[in-house]
Design a protein around this ligand. Structure first.
Ligand SMILES: *Cc1c(COP(=O)(O)O)cnc(C)c1O
Length: 412
């Protein structure tokens, strides 16, 4: 049993991200050891290749690499060894044939859509996907003649009734933000495949540690890697994972359009993957304890966490995910003023809207992440003025509960 693509620097580098089919290794081992490119210096930690261009022995080699006859790096908008290592590692975790890293999660969405859609095509999105994803489709792709339908994530009859012969993509996030709705990935894949459409799953909230959509029939997985994969809120990035054939189409767009991942950011994501599994365990267990505690608080009307048996899709989440991730939403008994008071009365927890940081964060979705939604859309999605979202970090859970207690006491 050998680890995937352990390349000696003196050997020719793989031009494309090529992950050998690996079996037998656990996710933790893959996260730490996939694709190590030890150079002649013998460094143990993965180097940052801070270079935009690459040198050749002579003109003949330069010509061979540029024409594609010989494998090699051309320019870091195309390939960069640090970025490639990140691609190999995340591909091993998602059990994907290939991966292409992007400058942000949104450029992963954009590059997939640009590569796979043309004027006259139809796509179906769940309504509660990341806000910028909706804006990208509505404000730009529709302008170029792509037809977009929006459906409720968990209403399979709506997905089924919207699909038609020119439907090319179905796109969902599961769990969704901030209401933690869960889509049955196998069901959506079956609906998509009736018409040869592709199912894209944004797996940012679960990460491959908790959920592997490709194994359940999804065709493409995308991530915003600046969330749990970085895990410490340092930088922005994204990745598209799929078959080699589909990733090649995305690569063709990426190379000329240029939203490439920086090697500096790739280095953070490589190191993030090494501890992802341990961190996810702690995010999940802290979130579960906080969710259970919130459920016992008299000031709380409802707690939304798929780990609780009170969540309507608890059983599906248990079947589809290894654990329930770190996002806990809850509704207080009261209005926006009391929700703000609760948030503002905490001392330790950061008032910010990111996801997946070691530091616990609290958000009022209706007035921040979802403030551009119409009141009607918010009401339909359940994003009420008394809703608060926590993305639970890695601190001692007793300290987090004590801090939340300060908030709830202020509105008692
Ligand atoms: C943050 C986020 C995105 C967008 O990613 P960026 O890296 O911010 O461009 C997409 N999907 C989900 C679920 C996210 O949380």
């Amino acid at each position: 049993m050998s680890l995937p693509s352990v390349t000696d620097f003196s050997q020719e580098l793989d031009f494309e991200c090529q992950v050998e089919k690996v079996s037998g290794f656990g996710l933790d081992t893959l996260a730490i050891r996939t694709g190590i490119n030890t150079t002649h210096e013998g460094e143990h930690s993965e180097p940052i290749y801070a270079t935009s261009s690459y040198v050749y022995k002579d003109s003949a080699q330069s010509a061979a690499v540029f024409s594609g006859k010989e494998q090699g790096n051309v320019y870091s908008r195309f390939t960069n060894p640090t970025v490639r290592l990140f691609e190999q590692r995340i591909a091993a975790l998602e059990k994907a044939e290939a991966a292409i890293a992007t400058a942000s999660g949104m450029s992963a969405v954009m590059a997939s859509c640009m590569a796979l859609l043309k004027s006259g095509d139809h796509v179906i999105f769940s309504r509660d996907v990341f806000g910028s994803t909706i804006f990208l489709l509505k404000n730009f792709f529709e302008k170029f003649g792509v037809e977009v339908s929006y459906v409720d994530l968990t209403d399979y009859e709506q997905w089924q009734s919207q699909i038609k012969t020119n439907t090319k993509l179905l796109f969902c996030e599961t769990p969704s933000n901030p209401m933690m709705h869960i889509a049955d990935i196998e069901k959506l894949a079956a609906i998509a495949h009736q018409y040869n459409a592709l199912l894209i799953v944004d797996n940012t909230f679960c990460t491959p540690i908790l959920q592997q959509p490709l194994a359940m029939g999804a065709d493409i997985v995308i991530h915003s890697t600046g969330k749990y994969i970085d895990g410490q809120g340092r930088c922005v990035g994204g990745v598209v994972l799929s078959s080699q054939e589909i990733v090649d189409k995305v690569i063709a767009f990426m190379r000329c359009a240029g939203p490439a991942m920086s090697p500096y950011n790739a280095s953070h994501f490589i190191k993030g993957l090494e501890t992802l599994s341990l961190r996810m365990q702690r995010h999940c267990s802290n979130a579960m304890q906080i969710a259970q505690w919130l459920e016992s608080c008299p000031q709380v009307e409802q707690v939304i966490y798929t780990g609780l048996s009170s969540h309507p899709q608890h059983a599906l989440a248990c079947r589809q995910q290894r654990d329930h991730s770190g996002i806990v939403s809850f509704k207080i008994k009261g209005d926006q003023a009391l929700a703000w008071k609760m948030i503002d009365s905490t001392k330790l927890i950061s008032k910010t809207t990111n996801v997946g940081d070691a530091k616990t964060m609290v958000t009022h979705p209706a007035s921040t992440t979802h403030c551009k939604w119409s009141e009607e859309d918010r009401a339909r999605a359940g994003i009420t003025d008394n809703l608060i979202r926590l993305t639970v970090g890695l601190e001692n859970v007793e300290d987090l509960i004590a801090d939340l207690k300060l908030g709830l006491q202020a509105i008692a």
